[in-house]
Design a protein. Structure first.
Length: 418
């Protein structure tokens, strides 16, 4: 047995696996997670690192490091080329859970940007009764223009930054179903009803009614549900939610590292929470991250580059997803002198000056207002030329074209196979 912070950990915890997934750039966040898990539960976190092996400065007292290249994942190089880092790490979560269940009776997954504040015993014990445990993003319907029900329609009602599974035929049936779909279609394609691993679970309860949805307000607290979860501190210094539920873990998604007192760089409703408690949580997490800023000096994601260092654009990844099964069996997509490089050159899919892709969103509207005005003028011109009906059809075509991996007869296949 083990005693930490006056908490007693019995030997049964040794058959419980807790894991996360990340690339090297996220390891400081992972170590905050691993330390918090260990200090409150006495369990080392299994960390699956999606990068090529390199020297790491991490505290192995809190975690076990597993390099994804060593996990013997079928067709791994093809998946690593097909998917972005977020798509790849999320797509393989159910596969890795199944792998851990070969020697564990229970498995818990946490996103790398989670921090545990309390014992996980209540979740572990619930796995004696339930095969799978998940949590919804929030409990109370919302239409407020920030985080509301319309977003759940796009990204799914359940947040898969956490899930738990026991070693049963039911859980394995679900995990195998989930894994197959994530490996085949784990894209970030919300406009087509697909959002990485998460949107698939939206329909999982249709097929697997044994899945338990936990409505414990102390689980998976995050900026998107703070409106309904008031955080306070007890006389003993413990965080509590709605004066009833102990804060078990907080999900610091979209953390605002430049202004940690704001917690998230996204706009959200604070509900009954004071600015001071929001700032306290953000500054606490920021201080933990600051202590771990020097874990590695090399943070570039290895699978973003061909063997000669050329950057692999998201467009090239999507195009490859469509043609990969038409290429020779056993090809290495990262080979800069191979068949995929030929395909990329033929279709102009290598970025000039090797510039990395930066995704633009609603937060970039202000800084790009002039460019948007030019686009609006062009669209208005198309509207006047084509008329409203053809304009609508053209708009729908643009949405279709945004999913490159679903388009036939668009790409030029290489004539030679290497």
């Amino acid at each position: 047995m083990l005693i930490i912070n006056n908490i007693l950990y019995m030997s049964e915890n040794t058959n419980v696996s807790i894991f996360t997934v990340c690339n090297v750039a996220y390891l400081n966040k992972v170590m905050v997670l691993a330390e918090s898990v260990f200090l409150h539960n006495g369990i080392k976190t299994d960390v699956f690192v999606f990068d090529k092996k390199r020297r790491l400065n991490v505290n192995l007292e809190y975690c076990n490091i597993h390099w994804i290249e060593d996990e013997k994942i079928p067709n791994f190089k093809n998946l690593a080329f097909k998917y972005t880092v977020i798509e790849l790490t999320t797509a393989l979560k159910p596969f890795l859970a199944l792998k851990l269940l070969k020697h564990s009776s229970k498995v818990l997954f946490f996103d790398p940007d989670v921090m545990v504040f309390n014992s996980l015993r209540q979740i572990i014990d619930q796995l004696d009764k339930y095969s799978i445990i998940i949590t919804p993003h929030y409990f109370i319907p919302k239409i407020n223009g920030l985080i509301d029900d319309a977003r759940l329609m796009r990204f799914g009602p359940y947040n898969l930054g956490f899930f738990a599974a026991n070693n049963s035929n039911e859980s394995k049936e679900f995990l195998n179903w989930w894994s197959e779909r994530c490996v085949a279609d784990g894209f970030d394609d919300a406009q087509f009803g697909i959002f990485t691993d998460q949107k698939w679970v939206s329909i999982a309860l249709c097929f697997f009614p044994f899945i338990h949805v936990s409505y414990n307000s102390g689980l998976n607290v995050a900026f998107w549900n703070l409106e309904e979860r008031s955080v306070s501190v007890t006389n003993e210094g413990k965080y509590i939610i709605n004066n009833e539920f102990p804060l078990v873990f907080f999900h610091f998604s979209s953390f605002n590292k430049k202004s940690p007192e704001k917690l998230s760089y996204r706009n959200f409703n604070k509900g009954q929470n004071t600015d001071s408690i929001i700032a306290e949580l953000g500054l606490l997490y920021a201080s933990k991250l600051k202590d771990l800023t020097s874990i590695t000096s090399e943070t570039a994601y290895t699978f973003d580059y061909m063997s000669d260092g050329r950057y692999i654009s998201p467009t090239l990844r999507r195009a490859y997803a469509f043609i990969m099964n038409k290429l020779p069996v056993g090809h290495d997509p990262f080979d800069s002198s191979g068949v995929v490089a030929d395909f990329a050159k033929k279709n102009h899919l290598f970025q000039k000056r090797n510039k990395r892709y930066i995704q633009l969103g609603y937060n970039n509207l202000t800084n790009n207002s002039e460019k948007l005005n030019i686009v609006f003028i062009f669209m208005k011109l198309l509207l006047s030329l084509f008329g409203p009906n053809n304009f609508m059809n053209l708009s729908r075509l643009f949405v279709y074209l945004s999913s490159f991996q679903r388009i036939d007869n668009f790409w030029k296949l290489p004539k030679k196979n290497r």
